[in-house]
Design a protein around this ligand. Structure first.
Ligand code: ZN
Length: 657
């Protein structure tokens, strides 16, 4: 008497990917409900089980579905939007501004469905995601029939789905509650990265994940720059820092871990954290080489991920597994490093453990969910076949198989693809909708790229607008007269400061765009020491608004914003046609003269060598006010003993050849 199963898969070359790496050829597998009832040699399974649905696998490889350990699936809709850029320019300059404008539940749903279709077609049955509106990612995933560890993102900035981090944390809690115990979805919380979160956020996310016993996903030590900043700001590398914030109270899945040392590997291992290695993304963004072999040797569960489809640009796990193996060999200068079988285990059994769901998926074993794929290894690019060494089967999959060789996919006991036909999703419909979105995003970016101002605005952050100033600049032979004049009772000094200023001016082909100034102000104390550094970005209008007697000008600084990125970032983002550099020593007085407030700058321009200047400025709001201040400005020039100097109508930058 045979025992009843729902589906019997026969005549397969079974790669179980279990711990002893059992293979059966011919092998068979019995499915009942959502789970694997039995797997083994075909004769045994056939003798023990019968099922209404018997599938002859035609000698194909039957193996667990691949597990994508790190991705951002809705970003399929941003695939190919901006490439060949550095991570910060790509993220802050393109991805985040477009996300702020477009990411909605509808966007997330469509992007997720497209990713699910790509996953199913390429043999991925499970993935770990982190994005916004994760509820819609989860819904789309469940609808497609895939398994997902879905992480609701939390950041210190406002995001497309939350005005504040408190909001996103509340959203994450609600999301976890709603999806707890779902057959396909494991909800999770995803503090984006240590540098986009505060210690408070990291702590709150860890305790939320611990409270519900769900995984916590985070980007860790992706670039050397991140680690350098962490060391400068907190005096330690990234892993000790997040440990200090209590992150490892949760089941952590850490993406990237490119720049971590052996001590940090040990810390991850003690914390039973999973790691997601992202070969394509690290290569494309030139992030460096993760110490994968060392991590595996230390016993860490290292899975493999594609990262988001905007930084890869596909979700092809066959390619990732191959790259992981190649990279490990190349980096360690050892072709025996990370053999095919181990690389494939990273994308299956070990990957599942990294996602903290190793008990239910990742290998073909009795009791685990039936998450499996059939791969045809008979195409030309994979022929012939050698059977002498059982490892040849893994080499075939890792080094020669393509994702398009996947013919059938089952998740949780349910077929999602049969004979390369998608059963739960409509591919042509999804493609049409994606094309419509691309058109809208293109239009948005074309409009933004037309003006420097809109590119400044797109970076977000607080921006101060439009200020008018009355100003004059006078060349000085000798600054001492000015210094003496400040001792007179007519001048009330509110405060005085001493700066070293480094200005980079960006010029554009179209002069009506104005020019952009990146200024670093180093505040200097009495001992000549730098006590604080401030950087600002100012868009300066090209046009002189007006001119009064004595070469007093009315000028306009159009927009001012704190510069939170590096000069290199702005250079790569704004792509100026040319640049000029000015360096000067500035003594700045805030004074009152005849009840009116003025800023008086005594500058010594060193680069280029232009010498001493007196600059007087006063903010103004109306025409009458400007006229009166212009008059007082001219008076003040004489009072400060600079009346004989040449009145310059140009800015420093215009004096530079
Ligand atoms: Zn990522």
């Amino acid at each position: 008497m045979t025992k009843p199963a729902d589906i019997l898969l026969t005549n397969a070359h079974v790669l179980t990917m279990n711990e002893p790496m059992n293979q059966y050829r011919p092998g068979a597998l019995a499915v009942k409900g959502a789970s694997i009832l039995a797997v083994g040699p075909e004769a045994e399974i056939k003798a023990q089980y019968s099922a209404p649905e018997v599938v002859d696998c035609g000698g194909k490889i039957l193996m667990p579905g691949l597990i994508n350990a790190h991705t951002h699936i809705p970003m399929t809709l941003l695939r190919g939007l901006a490439d060949d850029l550095r991570l910060d320019v790509w993220l802050m300059g393109y991805m985040m501004p477009v996300e702020r404008e477009f990411v909605s539940p509808d966007f997330v749903r469509l992007g997720s469905l497209i990713a699910c279709a790509e996953f199913i077609k390429s043999g991925v049955t499970c993935f770990a995601d982190m994005y916004y509106f994760e509820d819609d990612v989860a819904k789309a995933t469940a609808e497609a029939g895939l398994r997902g560890v879905c992480g609701q993102s939390v950041m210190k900035f406002p995001t497309p789905d939350s005005k504040s981090y408190e909001d996103s944390l509340a959203l994450a809690r609600d999301f976890i509650r709603r999806w707890d115990n779902h057959p396909l979805i494991v909800p999770s919380v995803a503090p984006h990265a240590p540098y986009t979160c505060t210690p408070e956020i990291l702590r709150a996310c860890a305790s939320l994940a611990a409270e519900y016993d769900v995984p916590l996903q985070i980007h860790i030590a992706e670039t050397a720059y991140e680690v350098e900043n962490m060391r400068n700001e907190n005096g330690m590398p990234v892993i000790p820092y997040v440990k200090k914030q209590g992150l490892f109270e949760a089941k952590v899945l850490a993406a990237h871990c490119v720049h971590i040392d052996e001590g940090e590997i040990r810390t991850l291992q003690h914390a039973h954290a999973g790691v997601a290695h992202n070969p394509s993304s690290n290569l494309k963004l030139a992030s460096g080489f993760a110490p994968v072999t060392k991590m595996l040797k230390a016993g860490l569960n290292v899975g493999i991920g594609t990262d988001g489809p905007a930084s890869n640009n596909d979700l092809d796990m066959f390619e990732e597994v191959r790259l992981a193996a190649f990279l490990a060999k190349s980096v360690s200068n050892d072709p025996t490093a990370l053999p095919a079988a181990q690389a494939l285990a990273m994308a299956t059994r070990i990957g599942a453990r990294a996602l903290h769901i190793g008990d239910i998926t990742g290998s073909l074993e009795t009791g685990k969910r039936a998450d499996l794929i059939l791969v045809d290894t008979s195409p030309l690019h994979n022929a012939p076949r050698f059977d002498r060494d059982p490892n040849n089967a893994y080499a075939q999959i890792v080094y020669a198989s393509k994702s398009t060789d996947v013919t059938d996919v089952m998740v949780n006991g349910k077929w999602l693809m049969r004979g390369k036909n998608l059963l739960t999703l409509n591919e042509s419909d999804l493609l049409q909708q994606a094309a419509d979105y691309a058109k809208k995003i293109d239009t948005f970016l074309i409009a933004r790229e037309q003006s420097v101002l809109s590119k400044v605005v797109a970076l977000g952050g607080s921006i101060e607008e439009e200020s008018f100033e009355v100003q004059v600049k006078v060349k000085l032979a000798e600054p001492s007269t000015v210094l003496n004049a400040f001792q007179q009772p007519e001048v009330e000094v509110v405060y005085q400061k001493h700066y070293r200023q480094y200005d980079n001016y960006f010029f554009f082909d179209d002069p009506s765009q104005g020019r952009l100034r990146y200024r670093e102000d180093d505040l200097i104390d009495e001992k000549g020491k730098v006590t604080s550094v401030r950087t600002r970005l100012t868009l300066i209008g090209q046009k002189r608004e007006d001119e009064f007697d004595e070469n007093v000008l009315l000028s306009r600084s159009r927009y001012l914003a704190p510069a939170s990125q590096t000069l290199r970032f702005y250079r790569e983002y704004f792509k100026p046609a040319s640049e000029k550099i000015i360096e000067k020593d500035r003594q700045r007085w805030h004074i009152k003269y005849k009840e009116v407030e003025f800023f008086v700058n005594l500058d010594y321009v060193e680069r280029p060598d232009l010498g001493h200047f007196l600059e007087i400025k006063s903010r103004t709001w109306s025409r009458t006010d400007a006229e009166r201040k212009a008059q007082l400005t001219a008076e003040l020039v004489s009072f400060l003993g600079a009346g004989d100097g040449e009145h310059i109508t140009r800015d420093y930058v215009e004096m530079v050849k």
